[in-house]
Design a protein around this ligand. Structure first.
Ligand code: G3P
Length: 222
């Protein structure tokens, strides 16, 4: 299971990548605008932070087929390997995903709101599918629809991985990991919620206090 960060916040990537096992970073146009930096600058900073083995996913901005392909070819060249082009599953996007497959460009089909959209993008050769889990909850059972997509792909023998996106709480992430999803991309604020639990800090304080009382020191060895 790949645990990916859904952010262009360089400080958060640096911090979380330091103590967690992070498979990569996903961005989209909105996420990049939130950095308030020039897009090329922020992408270069993220590339600097990632090891060559960590994946980077960058989304096209243009919406017509030719424009998507022009940007996809450029995005795919940003790194020598583990570079993925995110393409929304519009009709033009689906066509572009097919062409990218033919050209050997790795893709992530994004802005997926139904199992059917995901399945069709997989059939076109997308490497990853990003269903918008929380946003799908506006139309029904978001987590359930992602699980349905996983089952459809498994029954079809598809090699395409699902990287669930658009999370608003830890429970949604846990539910999909439990369902056997191949990847999740999670915003830093939810990752910090997953990491932290007030009871852990209380337990550690208790260990230190008891040790200090008994041995009159704060370390294990004298
Ligand atoms: O990659 C962004 C996707 O995860 C959408 O997230 O929070 O805008 O629904 P959100």
């Amino acid at each position: 299971m790949e645990f990916v960060l859904d952010t262009a916040d360089v400080n958060a990537i640096k911090d979380l990548n330091d103590f967690l096992t992070i498979a990569g970073v996903t961005t989209n146009p909105t996420i990049i605008t939130k950095s308030h930096k020039d897009p090329e600058t922020v992408i270069a900073q993220i590339i600097d932070l990632l090891s060559p083995e960590q994946k980077l996913f960058v989304q096209v901005v243009k919406t017509d087929y030719e424009g998507i392909m022009e940007e996809a070819r450029k995005i795919s060249q940003l790194r020598p390997k583990n570079m993925y082009v995110k393409i929304p599953v519009t009709q033009a996007g689906l066509k572009a995903i097919k062409t990218c497959r033919e050209e050997g460009i790795h893709t992530l089909a994004t802005a997926i709101y139904s199992a059917a959209q995901g399945f069709l993008a997989a059939a076109n050769g997308a490497d990853y599918l990003a269903p918008y889990t929380n946003r799908m909850c506006n139309y029904g059972d978001g987590v359930g629809e992602v699980v349905r997509l996983l089952e459809m792909l498994e029954k079809a023998g598809s090699q395409t991985k699902v990287i669930a996106a658009s999370f608003k709480n830890c429970g949604q992430v846990n539910d999909l990991i439990e369902a056997g999803i191949q990847a999740v991309t999670v915003p830093p604020e939810i990752v910090y919620q997953m990491v932290g639990h007030p009871a852990t800090a209380i337990a550690v304080d208790e260990f230190s206090e008891n040790w200090q009382k008994e041995y009159d020191r704060s370390e294990f060895f004298k």
